[in-house]
Design a protein around this ligand. Structure first.
Ligand SMILES: [Zn+2]
Length: 584
């Protein structure tokens, strides 16, 4: 193993790499990210190599001897990025980028931060709001069979008894016998999994409930919990929502909201934190309703990569290429369950996330409420991890709330003419996890330009356009201000006045702004502006009076802006601008 230094937009980053032979070729693989400081990196590398050494003592690694002897040399090799575009190298790199640009940073940073809590900055909150709005349009406003709600974060403690969270919602804290790394395990994993750091045995430290406790009132304060999931709001308010919105089965109630879990080991940037947002809905169905009339060819033909329960029980990690239609035929899920899994995949695809895998839960890991559950995993830089999921909760929650509250949860179904407690399909999305997947995918370091071009989906970009006069001139500035005033009525736009033109393009590329609109000499003559497209740097000339409509069409309908106007010779334009700039 050896330490590798990489320059990424002007900064040094250190990685621990190892080489091995693959089909006769020497292949170098990144093992760990070591930070930005050389001395720190060396220290970390030494530690990791020592861990591997102690692990090899228990004879787990066959080739460990060779690795250690290389490790002791610790040669520094500088690797030049092989291609023009470099994707993300580590989750820390993304976290640094998000902090630098004001997307997301540690909460309470001036006091050293608070583990598992994060703050959204000006760009992060715009991106996150756009993401939530997109989700809401897709699953709520775009459908007749869904209504929304927003429940309080603290609810009656009895809700959490009825839901099973007080009794069951816990993780097991463990510590590795070898490398002493502490982490948490799901109850079903105890005794089955080994340390993900060194392969050592875990020692159980105890079981901890994940619910955050708090007190309500002052003098005779009663104990309560911050919600660990949003679902219970939809269940406890099920009757009043059904009655007031006059929904008929089948229908759903949706919500996006903050949740709290007292995680033993928060990690991987926003991936496992203690305060986060869940987007989910409970879809209520008459248990007699086996057919889903909304399930059509579009859903059945969706191709998926599936890791099924049997394969996992045999301890094999082999993914199977299949379709929603096929797993429905195999009886892995019911029609409504299949329909909603398909709709989830369609939404992920609509925001550009196609690196999706489906993992069926094994019998021994199903939650206390579920008869069938699938994880939707995304290929993150730190591995394939859950970004969403879908569970068949049956009648579990409504039945228990009826028992605990003594309030009937039955409703009358007009179609079947019977009174019943509906069963429930629950699609869930970890909104921060979706946010992270979108940023990871958008992150493209451009070697030629030596900066990151953040290729966000246009509808989600925090700022839709930056407007600037190509040179400082009162007439130009006046036109820029007029354009901004008009565009601001619909979108977040920015007026970028300072720095060279190249610097202004770079600044906007880095935060994912799709369009830079410039006012130049020709603007005064023919009332046109140039619009530069983020992903290619190409520019077209567009009439000011058509600008808003063109933006509408390209931001949401996927049309390419370059087809809307005459292409501009950008080289000539920049030379002109710099000459003009000197004259001024
Ligand atoms: Zn270990």
């Amino acid at each position: 193993m050896f330490v590798v230094k990489k320059k990424i937009h002007g900064r040094d980053y250190f990685y621990l790499n190892e080489t091995h032979r693959e089909k006769g070729k020497v292949v170098s693989k990144c093992v760990a990210y070591l930070g930005k400081d050389k001395a720190e990196a060396d220290k970390k590398a030494k530690k990791i190599i020592e861990k591997i050494k102690s692990a090899s003592a228990s004879s787990r690694l066959g080739q460990s001897k060779e690795i250690i002897s290389q490790g002791e040399k610790k040669e520094i090799v500088e690797i030049q990025p092989p291609e023009e575009i470099l994707a993300l190298k580590s989750i820390e790199e993304l976290a640094n980028f998000c902090k630098e640009k004001g997307f997301v940073f540690r909460s309470s940073d001036i006091y050293g931060g608070l583990s598992g809590f994060w703050d959204y900055g000006p760009l992060g909150v715009e991106l996150f709001n756009n993401l939530k709005k997109d989700w809401w349009n897709f699953f709520v406003n775009g459908r007749e069979d869904m209504v929304g709600m927003d429940a309080s974060i603290i609810s009656h403690p009895k809700i959490w008894e009825a839901s099973g969270h007080v009794a069951n919602f816990s993780d097991v804290a463990v510590i590795c016998k070898q490398c002493k790394k502490s982490t948490k395990l799901d109850k079903s994993e105890v005794g089955k999994v080994k340390c993900d750091n060194c392969g050592g045995e875990y020692i159980v430290q105890g079981e901890f409930n994940l619910m955050f406790k708090t007190k309500i009132g002052a003098l005779d304060a009663s104990e309560a919990y911050l919600r660990g999931e949003t679902a219970q709001g939809m269940f406890s308010d099920f009757k009043i929502i059904q009655q007031t919105s006059r929904m008929q089965l089948p229908f759903g109630i949706a919500q996006i909201g903050r949740c709290f879990r007292n995680e033993i080991a928060p990690r991987d940037f926003l991936f496992r934190s203690r305060e986060f947002h869940i987007g989910e809905f409970e879809f209520f169905i008459n248990p007699e309703e086996k057919k889903c009339d909304k399930l059509d060819d579009k859903h059945l033909k969706i191709k998926i990569k599936l890791l099924d329960a049997q394969t996992q029980e045999k301890n094999e990690g082999v993914l199977r290429n299949t379709t929603i239609g096929e797993i429905l035929n195999e009886g892995k899920l019911e029609e409504w369950h299949a329909y909603w899994l398909a709709e989830q995949i369609l939404w992920f695809n609509s925001i550009g996330l196609t690196e999706i895998k489906i993992r069926e839960h094994r019998k021994d890991e199903l939650s206390h409420y579920s008869s069938a559950t699938f994880d939707i995993d995304y290929e993150y830089i730190f591995g394939s991890k859950e970004v969403g999921g879908i569970a068949n909760r049956g009648q579990f929650d409504l039945t228990n709330h009826e028992k605990q509250s003594k309030v009937s949860m039955q409703i009358f179904d007009e179609k079947y003419k019977n009174k019943l407690i509906p069963k429930v399909i629950e699609p869930t999305f970890g909104m921060e996890r979706v946010f992270m997947a979108i940023l990871s995918k958008a992150y493209n370091y451009n070697k030629d330009k030596d900066y990151v071009i953040l290729k966000l989906p246009l509808s989600l970009a925090p700022i839709k356009a930056a407007v600037f006069p190509i040179i400082k001139k009162p007439e130009y500035e006046k036109i820029a201000e007029e354009i901004i005033e008009d565009l601001m009525k619909e979108w977040k736009v920015s007026y970028d006045k300072s720095g060279s033109i190249g610097r202004r393009y770079a600044r906007n590329d880095e935060i994912g702004t799709p369009y830079c609109i410039t006012i130049d000499d020709q603007t005064a003559e023919d009332k046109t502006v140039t619009v530069r497209w983020r992903d290619t740097g190409e520019q077209v000339r567009i009439k000011i009076k058509e600008l808003k409509e063109v933006l509408r069409q390209t931001l949401y309908d996927g049309k390419n802006i370059l087809s809307y106007g005459k292409k501009v010779d950008t080289r000539k334009k920049e030379v002109d601008a710099s000459l003009k700039g000197k004259q001024d």
